[in-house]
Design a protein around this ligand. Sequence first.
Ligand SMILES: [Zn+2]
Length: 94
Amino acid sequence: MLRLNKNIICQFCGSGASVRKHGKSKSGMQRFWCSSCSKTFQNDYIYTSWEHQVKTMMMDFLSQGLSTDEISRKSGWPVRRVNKIILSLELDKA
Ligand SMILES: [Zn+2]
């Protein structure tokens, strides 16, 4: 299984281990602080960045000409999830 944690990856340095909760923004969004690069960010950015990572990885698998079964084996994601991500990539292109 790939180590992707959608809750606590720092959008600046990619560190997952040094991120702490850091209060909330005016809009009520959870804020985080990364102790390895000393930056703060909000969790909507993390989600975007996690999505982006998954899609980048998936495009890489597809560019290698792998089938969904092979991608599922390599990534540890269920085939259904692989198909869903591929579908969302195709929607992005449209
Ligand atoms: Zn950081």
